[in-house]
Structure formats: structure tokens, C-alpha cells
Design a protein around this ligand. Structure first.
Ligand SMILES: Nc1ncnc2c1ncn2[C@@H]1O[C@H](COP(=O)(O)OP(=O)(O)OP(=O)(O)O)[C@@H](O)[C@H]1O
Ligand SMILES: [Mg+2]
Length: 266
């Protein structure tokens, strides 16, 4: 209903967003440049961010744009997996038919990575998203799985992405060897107040609405409540637009944003 009311061709704050329409922010630029570095230099990279801060869309952009003659992206979203399930999933992503026993799988993954890198000159890029869900047994094993030639070579890129609690897990002594081998890190900061305003305005424009719907104080309120986290911004913007529509208001003011926030409890 709010789409019609504000003349939007589609829901401008929908979570389904195509990569070419992503908003460019300090976070996306920093993330892109760190990811470019790790692709060029290989090794292990850690991306940490609050839920909804844009980690997964950033990784989707990376894999979508990856040159397939140089890199093989293997994206794995961790749920609760045993070590063996985890190995099987990685083997499959590398294009293998997973072997049965854990030790065979371990060798199969290592052989596959080495064959890709040394024989086919393609760098495997293994992305483990939601890594904060990983049990310690998987984090322990990562270190061994990605140890090649007695740790003298890095024929791979390993990107670990997850919510801030991963830091606590990595801080444990058992994870010290893995932690020490992380050569690149990025922590998502969220959008600044100016970026939040630009984001909301640009989302409305993309959906075909050129007039200023959100008042300046509404945009400030959206930033304060959302903490600059894109998923929160989307949720607040949608409920604010709905709130104003129900009251037949032609703009979204600060009051609408705060009321919407009470409704959603973001
Ligand atoms: N640069 C951006 N441009 C436009 N929308 C974005 C951008 N970054 C994030 N979003 C929006 O925020 C939503 C959440 O982003 P994403 O799923 O990447 O978060 P996340 O950090 O992976 O969260 P989680 O830890 O819960 O998995 C996306 O679905 C998208 O709608
Ligand atoms: Mg995610």
C-alpha cells in the first residue's frame, strides 16, 4: 500500500537487492579493497560485523565479479555442522565427490586445492560465512586443513565472515595458531549519519520516487535508531513509510520514524 501512496515502482527497502544496485559506503569501499588485497596475496581474511551490516552481500558481490579463469569461489554458509559434514561440503564445493572417512576427506581437500592452484593456475577462494556458528572442532581443524608444505605456501584464499562473537572464540588459546595466520581483517562500521541519509534518499530514487519523502530530522532519527546497520535501516524505513501511509501523510517525519520503531522494536 505504501508503494502506491509514495509512487514507488517496487519496495525500495526490500532485502532482495541486485549487486549492481548496492549502495556504496565507507564500509563497502574498505571491504572491497581488503578483499581485493587478499585475492592478490592469498592467505586468510576475517570479516566481522553486526547482523545486517552487509557482510554477505559484500561477499556475494565478490563472488559475482570474480574472474573464473583465475579464481574458483567456494561459498559455504555454516549452520550447525559436524567436522565431517563440513569437510564434505568443502570437498563438494571444490568439485569433488566427497570420500567417506574424515582422513580421506582431509587429503582430498588438500589435493584438490593444490591441483587447482599448481596445475590449473586457479586459486580456490573458500568463503565460510556465519563462521561464528562454527564449533571449536571446526575452528581447530581449519588451521590444519589450510596448512600446505609445512606452512610455507598459501595456494588458497580463505575468507571467514561472521558476527562479533567470533572474536571471543578466536581469542581462545586453542585458536591462537589460526588467529595468528589471519593476515587481513575488516570490521564493518555501519553507515555514518550522512551515508544513512544518502542511502534512504537513493533507495527511494531507485524505486522511482524523486521528491523528498523523509524529512531531515526523520533521516537523523533513522540513523540513531538503526545504528547505521543497513538491515535495520530497511526495516525502520519500511515501517515508517507504512505509518505515514496509514495517516495519509505525504512525507515521513521524525514522529513517524519513532512510532515505527516502537512498532518494530528494532
Ligand atoms: N551496500 C548495501 N547496499 C544496499 N543494501 C545493503 C547493503 N548492505 C547491506 N544491505 C542490506 O542489508 C541486508 C543485510 O545485509 P547482509 O545480509 O549482507 O548482512 P550480514 O552482515 O551478512 O548479516 P548476518 O550477520 O545476519 O548474516 C541486505 O539484505 C541488504 O538488503
Ligand atoms: Mg550474512
Amino acid at each position: 500500500m505504501f508503494r502506491q501512496h509514495f509512487g514507488l515502482k517496487f519496495n525500495s527497502f526490500d532485502k532482495e537487492i541486485s549487486i549492481d544496485k548496492l549502495f556504496s559506503s565507507r564500509d563497502t569501499k574498505e571491504l572491497d579493497s581488503k578483499l581485493k588485497y587478499i585475492l592478490d596475496n592469498r592467505g586468510i581474511c576475517l570479516i566481522v560485523g553486526e547482523p545486517g551490516s552487509g557482510k554477505s552481500v559484500g561477499l556475494r558481490k565478490l563472488t559475482d565479479n570474480m574472474n573464473r579463469s583465475l579464481y574458483k569461489p567456494c561459498y559455504l554458509q555454516l549452520t550447525t555442522l559436524t567436522v565431517k559434514d563440513f569437510y564434505q561440503a568443502i570437498a563438494m564445493l571444490l568439485g569433488e565427490i566427497p570420500r567417506h572417512r574424515k582422513v580421506q576427506l582431509f587429503n582430498q581437500i588438500q589435493d584438490s586445492i593444490q591441483s587447482l592452484y599448481y596445475e590449473q593456475h586457479i586459486t580456490p577462494v573458500i568463503i565460510i560465512d556465519e563462521v561464528h556458528m562454527a564449533p571449536m572442532s571446526i575452528l581447530d581443524d581449519l588451521r590444519l586443513l589450510f596448512n600446505f608444505k609445512m606452512d610455507s605456501a598459501n595456494p588458497f584464499v580463505l575468507i571467514l565472515a561472521g558476527q562479533p562473537q567470533i572474536r571471543n572464540k578466536l581469542a581462545l588459546n586453542a585458536c591462537y595458531p589460526l588467529r595468528q595466520r589471519i593476515t587481513m581483517r575488516y570490521s564493518m562500521q555501519g553507515l555514518s549519519i550522512e551515508e544513512t541519509a544518502d542511502y534512504c534518499i537513493s533507495r527511494m530514487k531507485i524505486a522511482g520516487c524523486t521528491s523528498d519523502i523523509f524529512t531531515p530530522s526523520a533521516l537523523e532519527a533513522i540513523h540513531t535508531i538503526s545504528g547505521g546497520i543497513p538491515r535495520n535501516i530497511n526495516n525502520i524505513a519500511i515501517t515508517s513509510l507504512m505509518y505515514s501511509t496509514e495517516r495519509k501523510m505525504l512525507t515521513v517525519d521524525e514522529e513517524a520514524v519513532y512510532q515505527a520503531n516502537i512498532e518494530t522494536g528494532v
